[in-house]
Design a protein around this ligand. Sequence first.
Ligand SMILES: [Zn+2]
Length: 139
Amino acid sequence: MAYFPADMPGVEPDFDDREFWAFCGQRSLRFQACAKCGTLRHPPGPLCPKCLSSEVEWKEAHGEAVLYSFTVVHHASHAVVAANLPYVVGLVEFPAMSGVRLVSNVTDIEPGRVRIGMPLELWWDDIGQGQFVPRFRPK
Ligand SMILES: [Zn+2]
């Protein structure tokens, strides 16, 4: 069962992030890296911010996931999420992959117990139509 209700709008990839979401569809969390200088970046974009190369490769997320920051949502920005209130939107970083942070949800914990720096584990939320969204829970 998906984290949010079934009528939650699905993922609508654009030109820059379509490969990111295609990997997610295979339950593979990958970040874009510059094929020339190795700089990681997220969200995906057409050029390396460091050397301006357009050559890219995709690196599988590895190592520990840690909560960098978060907010607790108490007001529904869309009617479909009202049943999930309050819920946590977190900024997740991967210390072994410097330069990338991912906005996601922290689940399976009371919002009042969420702490910056807590180790997290990735889980794949099956939202239907072959789409999977990376979400996190305490490790
Ligand atoms: Zn580069």
